[in-house]
Design a protein around this ligand. Structure first.
Ligand code: MG
Length: 378
């Protein structure tokens, strides 16, 4: 069912009513690699979002590591809950700046699709295994998934997403200062990713007992958040204080981003999406807050990501993945047929990496136990 040619789709009208002139309006989309007719009531980015949500790679995010593996407990974020927090924060920013929320949500939901099992620990193994053969990065893998690996439609490989979604994900890979600037919708997702992980990685580390609130107060961001919370709720302690601090941290960062971005938009005189492409980056934290975030990130890097408990899990996970990579390279027939068929086109190493990168932590562990210890896990 297509809209009659003389009728403007309702989503184009809605964009016109609700979006700022510098937002990405759906009617200006460059379309898809494999052209498709417009949908009668779902705009192009709304369809992209739906395609991502219905993909296998998206569902598998629920059993993939964000920072901490499932071995450490069930409280902390998975790659899926991180993705949903990013989408939620990005949507808040987009609505307040009158940007295209559907495009923002599609970008946010796709941004981490390419993570292999065990997060960055897994990524480092695959990058080493593919050194000299094109390498491996989760951002590039996300594009490979949505352009090639997902098999959902008979007419084309991948999800055939709008070109703006693909271009947005591509900016996460290439940092070419001469290239066109990303759309504001892309900039918003990047900023939301940073708000989410800076906040939730500290929360997860507190819950796992890797850090204390006192230790986090060594950073200016947490100290100042504690002062703000203390001014409103003097008596809070323990878990209640922690929850109030987390709310404050997100609210503070989002408020700061909005204030600074509005100033930048005004300063750059943005009047359309093409102005955005020619302008400086505008969605960013104020200089003062950005410095505090960098301090927190350094702190988390030293105290959390390099914590002995986290490193032990990391080494175990990396050993498993290295063995799996070597095992499938030696015996490609152990992979499903559809992967075996890809070897001729993409080479053995890339095909094995594609198969491994698609696995959840649980499935990788199960396969490792099955192939190398002769034991099946539950
Ligand atoms: Mg992320």
């Amino acid at each position: 069912m297509n809209s009659p040619a003389d009728e403007t789709p309702v989503y184009f009208q809605r964009d016109k009513l609700l979006l700022a002139p510098y937002a990405m309006h759906s009617r200006h989309s460059a379309g898809r690699k494999h052209p498709e007719p417009l949908h009668p009531y779902r705009g192009p980015y709304h369809r992209d979002r739906d395609r991502i949500v219905h993909s296998a790679a998206y569902r598998r995010l629920s059993a993939k590591t964000q920072v901490f593996t499932g071995e450490l407990g069930d409280y902390h974020r998975t790659r899926l809950t991180h993705t949903l927090e990013v989408a939620s924060i990005a949507r808040t920013l987009a609505r307040a700046l009158r940007l295209n929320e559907d495009l923002v949500e599609a970008l946010a939901l796709a941004h981490d699709l390419g993570h292999p099992p065990y997060g960055h620990a897994g990524e480092d193994v695959l990058a080493a295994c593919l050194a000299g053969q094109g390498g491996f990065s989760h951002n590039e893998q996300a594009l490979r998934i949505v352009e090639l690996l997902e098999q959902r439609y008979p007419e084309f490989p991948g999800l055939n997403l709008s070109l703006e979604v693909l271009a947005g994900q591509a900016t996460r890979i290439r940092h070419d200062t001469r290239a066109a600037r990303p759309l504001l919708e892309v900039q918003v997702v990047e900023a939301a990713d940073s708000v989410a992980y800076d906040t939730h990685d500290a929360d997860d580390a507190l819950e796992l007992g890797l850090l204390t609130l006192e230790q986090l107060s060594e950073t200016a961001l947490w100290r100042e958040a504690a002062q703000r919370v203390g001014a409103r709720y003097a008596a809070l302690t323990g878990p209640e204080l922690k929850r109030a601090l987390l709310h404050e941290l997100i609210d503070w960062q989002v408020g700061d981003l909005l204030e600074q971005s509005r100033l930048n938009i005004q300063h750059c005189g943005l009047t359309c999406a093409d102005d955005v492409r020619r302008s400086d980056l505008v969605v960013k934290a104020s200089g003062e807050l950005a410095a505090k975030k960098i301090e927190l990130e350094r702190f988390l890097h030293q105290r959390v990501y390099r914590h002995p408990q986290v490193l032990t899990q990391r080494e175990l996970a990396q050993h498993e993945l290295r063995e799996l990579f070597a095992g499938y390279c030696a015996r490609p027939e152990l992979m499903p047929d559809r992967f075996g068929q890809r070897i001729a086109d993409y080479g053995l190493a890339r095909t094995v990496a594609d198969y491994l990168a698609g696995m959840t932590d649980r499935f990788a562990r199960h396969e490792y136990a099955r192939l190398f210890t002769g034991r099946a896990t539950t």
